[in-house]
Every structure is written in structure tokens, then in C-alpha cells.
Design a protein around this ligand. Structure first.
Ligand code: HEM
Length: 169
């Protein structure tokens, strides 16, 4: 047992709390963006625009950063250098991509000149469901996926020199 083991439950609670905010936010934002319609009137438009902007900048993005940081900490605390974890990270990368795309749409719809309409939310939400479901299945079932197949030369030291000079202090 390591000295840091008592931290694990706290780190895991932090991880789960933050990823709940992150994922809930990723589902909510496309719906909020779809309401960015000038037809709802100036006051309501300003309200939804401010709510979306603040939610993205002050809640959902920080929650994503903390979820990823605490998850990274958990890798080392739990010593899970296993295939399901790496498979999970591929889907987490998809979530990060979705997050960035929403940020792009947000700026486009609310801050760039010209007429920009937010996409209809149905398809983005359907797409988002895929990585979230896969992540939850992987992390909760922890399936034994075996080894990641790698070519032999990547799995053993070959004793070669680097093709360039390494700066020395
Ligand atoms: C870079 C991002 C992430 C990293 C590095 C990461 C890593 C980890 C690690 C190492 C654990 C502990 C597993 C164990 O104790 O065996 C964990 C737990 C968990 N993660 Fe993540 N995670 C990340 C993002 C996410 C996301 C986006 C979700 C959900 C959509 C998620 C859902 C969970 C859940 C539900 C648990 C608790 C499962 C359990 O221990 O039984 N994680 N994560």
C-alpha cells in the first residue's frame, strides 16, 4: 500500500463530479446555442448569449480541465497502464474535439460579424452520445482488451544513437 492510497477516493469523487459537469455541459450547450435566434427579442437574446458564454468559460471548460487533470492523477495513483484506459483516452480526445467545436460555434454565432446560425442540436447530441457511452462502458466494465499490437522494434531497446546532437548544459 502506498502512502498516497488514501487520496484515491477523494481524487475519484473529484473526477466524477467534474466529468458530470463537463458532460452535462456538452449536452446543454448545443441546445442553448440553438436558442440564439434574434427572433426571440433583444433582452432574451442577450440573456441566453451571456448564459451560454459564462457557462462555457467559467463552468464547463474549467470542469473539463479538472476532470482531465484528476483523471491523469488517477492513472498514476491506481497504476492503470492498461488497454481499456488507452481506449478510453481515444474517446476522451473525441470529447475534447467536441468541446472545441462548441467553442468555435459559440464565437461564430455570438461574436463574428455577419449572419451565423447555430446548427440544429439533434445530430451533434447524437454524435456526442457515442464517445460518452463508450467511455462509461470502458471505465465501468474495465474489459480485458489484451495488449495493443505494436511492432517488435517498438517494444525493445535497439541501442541506436539519436540522429541529432542533444544539447548539453
Ligand atoms: C483525460 C481524461 C481522463 C483520464 C486520464 C481518466 C482516467 C481515469 C482513471 C485512471 C480512473 C480510475 C480507474 C480505476 O480506479 O480503475 C478513472 C475513473 C473514472 N472515469 Fe475517468 N478519465 C478521464 C476522463 C473521463 C471522462 C470524460 C469520463 C466520462 C465521460 C470518465 C469517467 C470515469 C468514471 C465513471 C470513473 C470511475 C470508474 C471506477 O473507478 O469504477 N473519465 N478515470
Amino acid at each position: 500500500m502506498s502512502m498516497l492510497d488514501p487520496i484515491i477516493p477523494h481524487m475519484k469523487s473529484l473526477h466524477v463530479a467534474m466529468l458530470l459537469i463537463w458532460c452535462a455541459g456538452l449536452f446543454a450547450l448545443p441546445l442553448m446555442l440553438a436558442r440564439h435566434d434574434p427572433a426571440i427579442g433583444q433582452a432574451d437574446y442577450a440573456r441566453i448569449r451571456r448564459a451560454t458564454h459564462y457557462a462555457y468559460a467559467f463552468f464547463i471548460t474549467p470542469a473539463a480541465v479538472i476532470a482531465i487533470a484528476s483523471g491523469t492523477g488517477l492513472i498514476f495513483l491506481r497504476g492503470v497502464f492498461v488497454t481499456w484506459l488507452f481506449a478510453k483516452l481515444v474517446f476522451v480526445a473525441a470529447l475534447v474535439g467536441f468541446h472545441v467545436w462548441i467553442g468555435y460555434v459559440l464565437v461564430d454565432v455570438a461574436e463574428r460579424e455577419g449572419i451565423h446560425k447555430a446548427p440544429r442540436p439533434f445530430l451533434p447530441l447524437l454524435v456526442l452520445l457515442l464517445p460518452v457511452t463508450c467511455i462509461l462502458i470502458l471505465v465501468l466494465a474495465k474489459p480485458d482488451l489484451g495488449q495493443i499490437p505494436l511492432p517488435g522494434w517498438l517494444q525493445q531497446p535497439l541501442g541506436n544513437q539519436l540522429p541529432f546532437d542533444v544539447p548539453k548544459r
